[in-house]
Design a protein around this ligand. Structure first.
Ligand SMILES: Cc1cc2nc3c(=O)[nH]c(=O)nc-3n(C[C@H](O)[C@H](O)[C@H](O)COP(=O)(O)OP(=O)(O)OC[C@H]3O[C@@H](n4cnc5c(N)ncnc54)[C@H](O)[C@@H]3O)c2cc1C
Length: 199
């Protein structure tokens, strides 16, 4: 049983993983088993040339950044990298979730879905009831988000990035991933607010 599975490999998923990974020295993190399904094939970042992302050199290819950041996160050691397959079903159990891919099934107490804004996310079994038209897409472009309140779809099920209905800028997507990480740290810290800074 995982404590958390992060699904996705774009700025939202990786930022969530980076914040949690950086907090691994905290007492409550010692017992936490975190996994990531870093399916990267469909990230919007792949087609980007970045000239407006804080901390990133001008003219950086989104494809290169994507690969580099997944590799950096993998090296951190705290996040177990699982087979990077697309998820096909999210089954809500009483107090945990079962995530299914074509070849695997995983049990987890918490899930972060950072799976972009393709209309295909409405076809993932178990998510149909939460699918809603994305409200921050350009006119005429059909995209999908998952209904949420402050990034929470239902207890233990979080969304980040484009899936949460945020605007399509990498900095905004990354920010929502970091926000979910802080929400989880606070939850695991018995509800007392927590975040993590290194000095
Ligand atoms: C052509 C183009 C140019 C852009 N240029 C810029 C720019 O200059 N500056 C800027 O700030 N932003 C730019 N963007 C926007 C930026 O790429 C997005 O805002 C950002 O990638 C959103 O991050 P995300 O993590 O929410 O989603 P994504 O990066 O789209 O990541 C979603 C992840 O979910 C995975 N996934 C999807 N379905 C499943 C599934 N069923 N199971 C498991 N995983 C799944 C995908 O493979 C992917 O890894 C550009 C976008 C495009 C398309």
């Amino acid at each position: 049983m995982f404590d958390l599975l992060i699904v996705g490999a774009g700025p939202a998923a990786v930022s969530c993983g980076m914040v949690l990974s950086s907090a691994q020295g905290k007492a409550y993190m010692e017992t936490k088993k975190i996994g990531m399904i870093a399916h990267s094939k469909a990230s919007d970042l792949k087609g980007a040339i970045l000239n407006n992302l804080y901390g990133v050199q001008a003219n950086t290819k989104g494809k290169d950044l994507l690969e580099q950041e997944i590799e950096n996160l993998s090296k951190s050691g705290k996040i177990e990298q699982l087979s990077p397959e697309a998820i096909t079903e999210v089954v809500a159990k009483d107090d945990y979730y079962e995530l299914k891919t074509e070849n695997n099934a995983y049990e987890t107490k918490n899930v972060v879905l950072a799976i972009g804004h393709s209309t295909k996310i409405a076809d993932i079994k178990g998510l149909e009831e939460y699918a809603t038209p994305h409200t921050k897409s350009l006119p005429g472009v059909k995209k999908t988000a998952l209904k949420n309140t402050n990034l929470v779809v239902r207890p233990g099920l979080y969304v980040a990035g484009l899936t949460s209905d945020c605007a399509s800028q990498a900095a905004i997507a990354a920010g929502t991933g970091a926000d979910v990480a802080v929400q989880l740290m606070t939850k695991w810290n018995d509800g007392a607010f927590d975040h993590h800074h290194d000095k």
